[in-house]
Design a binder for this molecule. Sequence first.
Ligand code: SF4
Length: 103
Amino acid sequence: MPLTRRHFIILAASVASTTVLSNESRADAPVLSESDPTAQALGYKTDATKVDKTKFSHYQSGQTCANCQLYQGKPGSANGPCPTYGGKLVDAKGWCNAYVKKT
Ligand code: SF4
């Protein structure tokens, strides 16, 4: 599913807020909840296999936060910050519709 204008605006706002927060420590960042409004809009799941594939046809098997270009967690970590959600911690096995394959 292509990003809608609304999703783009949410993403732009998230990236802008992340820029402001970029110099702050992320060690105590809050964990992103699936019930977070932005997470719901982008179909975030802590377990990528639970993604609603009908609603988010962009998802492909094998895609997880750990192999997303936006993921800022250390390799092998259980979770890590994501700029899409203002630096909140996302699950390494998670996924959302803002996924960008790491190159
Ligand atoms: Fe995970 Fe990437 Fe979505 Fe962030 S943008 S929640 S790292 S899939």
